[in-house]
Design a protein around this ligand. Structure first.
Ligand code: ADP
Length: 543
């Protein structure tokens, strides 16, 4: 339960405790409990009982309670209603039901105008309003909720005006019909009781918006607070000023009018400014939402594109292998063993092997990309000879190079190792990506691979003399799914360079491309020879 939920219950318990204190005051003759300030009007026993009973009734009627509590709450409200109606009819019709001093005799009666022990008519009216409101509220009808809230508000205003009367040293009267003054603590307890009931019902009826956390709730609460506090404060200043002869009565009226105008104008300006800020914030949020929606749409589009590229990329090698298998099956069925000669079979197997390699590369790229995106990219560093690794990689590409009639010049000295402290498997992946691109886009012209050390860094360079890349695409091609060539020309997912870049960056290095259209491209990676971190420690790259 947070503070705002606790407040009504605190107020109700406060009402009950004060009521009990007043009863004790009457029982043991403690004047302070009866009237707080000596000489002031006392709270009557019936008033204290009424207040305690209504507080208990409100507690019983809170919605979370069971039917039994609702019945008890209603009965308590009815009891107070009967007491108040009887008291009021005593005033109206000059009757005496002997209920005023039923519990205790009232020795103070002489000081007041009403009969001994009888609470003020305004207290009776308050009791009637509150008890009927509590009873009406038990019906699940929004109309009754509003009516009951209205009744509680009237009781609240009546009590508040009595309190203001005390604070400003005035006594109020609704003409000659009734003395309306109630005891100071009666006024306070009525305010506590009605406020707690209004708070308990704050999520419904007239106050539905006041309890919300949105703009309506905030503005409503602030305005309500100002409306309750400002006018009485100005009034008190006016009355006090007149009382101590600081200002005369006319100026007092002027002060009140001008004070109200100033305060309410300030409130209007403050609210206007707040609402303007809210409008601005909303406009900004809408802008952000628009951008996010566009990004989302872009991501959805990228996903669809990827799906279509993937299906195209996967289908091509599979169809090719299927055709070859069907061809072999057909030849076997027809008994054409010539077509299945060892040379022809070697060619068929080589082609299938190429398609399988292509499929494997595609799947590896996709897996690697999802690893990078999920942050599971872990570097396992070890010391190894980069020259030897480059030679090994080149070895595995021999078949592909032969098929493409492509030559590779690897400028490394096998006897003079280039030792690095990197993740060997990832660097092999990087070399494969760059070399397979050079073969793919290199127009079958010679490819050069350079591995060399420069101070603290080691560089890998893969040069081809192929179609090249336009300078406007230099950055874009390192982004996922980005390609500088149409799908139909040369197939690819557009992930290889992105993965390569992530590998290099995870090693604390950089990768760049230099290229001239139709003359070729050079991809250069520069990585610290020994990447930062202690031996055996893994560098985790969260993509
Ligand atoms: P993929 O090769 O599967 O398309 P990459 O991420 O490896 O994906 O490459 C992205 C794009 O960069 C390629 O589609 C191609 O347009 C361009 N590219 C990469 N390497 C080269 C190269 N050596 N020569 C020309 N273009 C290249």
């Amino acid at each position: 339960m947070n503070n705002s939920h606790r407040t009504p219950f605190i107020l109700l318990f406060f009402t009950i405790l004060c009521g009990i204190a007043v009863l004790c005051g009457w029982y043991w003759g403690i004047e302070t409990f009866k009237s707080i300030i000596p000489g002031f009007i006392s709270m009557k026993v019936n008033t204290a009982l009424g207040l305690i009973t209504l507080a208990l009734s409100s507690l019983s009627l809170t919605k979370s309670k069971s039917d039994l509590y609702r019945v008890i709450g209603s009965l308590l409200a009815i009891a107070v209603l009967m007491l108040a109606v009887l008291t009021l009819s005593q005033y109206l019709f000059g009757l005496n039901f002997n209920i005023d001093e039923f519990f205790v005799t009232d020795p103070e009666a002489m000081r007041t105008k009403w009969p001994p022990g009888r609470f003020a008519p305004i207290a009776a009216i308050n009791f009637i309003l509150i008890s009927i409101a509590l009873l009406l509220h038990t019906y699940d009808s929004s109309r009754f909720v509003k009516i009951s809230q209205g009744m509680i508000m009237i009781a609240w205003i009546a009590s508040f005006q009595a309190l203001i009367g005390y604070i400003s040293g005035n006594s109020y009267s609704f003409g000659s019909a009734f003395y309306t003054q109630i005891a100071l603590h009666t006024a306070i307890l009525f305010i506590a009781l009605t406020t707690s009931i209004l708070l308990l019902w704050s999520g419904e009826g007239y106050f539905r918006h006041l309890s919300t956390q949105g703009v309506a709730g905030k503005v409503g609460r602030r305005l309500l607070f100002a409306a309750v506090i400002v006018p009485p404060l100005i009034n008190i200043v006016q009355l006090y000023g007149v009382k101590v002869n600081l200002i005369d009565a006319d100026f007092g009226v002027l002060l009140r009018v001008v004070g109200m105008i100033v305060c309410f104008s300030w409130m209007a300006m403050f609210t206007g400014q707040y609402l303007a800020e809210v409008d601005e914030r909303r406009a900004r949020a809408e802008q952000v939402k628009k951008v996010r929606t566009q990004e989302l749409q872009k991501a959805l589009q990228a996903r669809d594109d990827l799906l279509s590229i993937c299906s195209h990329e996967l289908r091509t090698p599979i169809s090719s292998m299927k055709l070859q298998t069907e061809f072999v099956k057909h030849q076997i069925e027809n008994g054409d063993l010539k077509a299945l000669s060892p040379e022809n079979m070697a060619k068929i197997i080589e082609k299938s092997d190429q398609q399988l390699n292509r499929l494997t590369k595609l799947i590896e790229d996709m897996l690697e990309f999802s690893h990078i995106n999920s942050g599971k990219f872990i570097l396992k560093k070890e010391e190894f000879d980069l020259n030897a690794l480059a030679l090994n990689v080149l070895e595995t590409f021999q078949t592909q190079l032969k098929a493409n009639h492509c030559e590779v010049i690897l400028s490394v000295d096998p006897k003079n190792p280039t030792m690095v402290y990197w993740d060997k498997r990832r660097i092999e992946q990087l070399l494969r990506n760059l070399l397979s691109n050079a073969i793919k886009y290199g127009s079958r012209k010679p490819i050069q691979i350079n591995v060399f050390k420069k101070a603290e860094v080691t560089c890998i360079q893969v040069k081809d003399q192929g179609m090249g890349i336009k300078s406007c695409d230099f950055e874009r091609i390192f982004e996922p799914y980005e390609r500088a060539i149409s799908v139909t020309k040369i197939s690819g997912l557009g992930l290889g360079l992105h993965i390569s870049k992530k590998i290099v960056e995870a090693h604390g290095g950089s990768i760049n491309v230099e290229s001239i259209s139709d003359l070729g491209s050079t991809f250069t990676t520069v990585i610290p020879s020994k990447i930062i971190g202690n031996l055996g420690e893994n560098l985790v790259y969260a993509g």
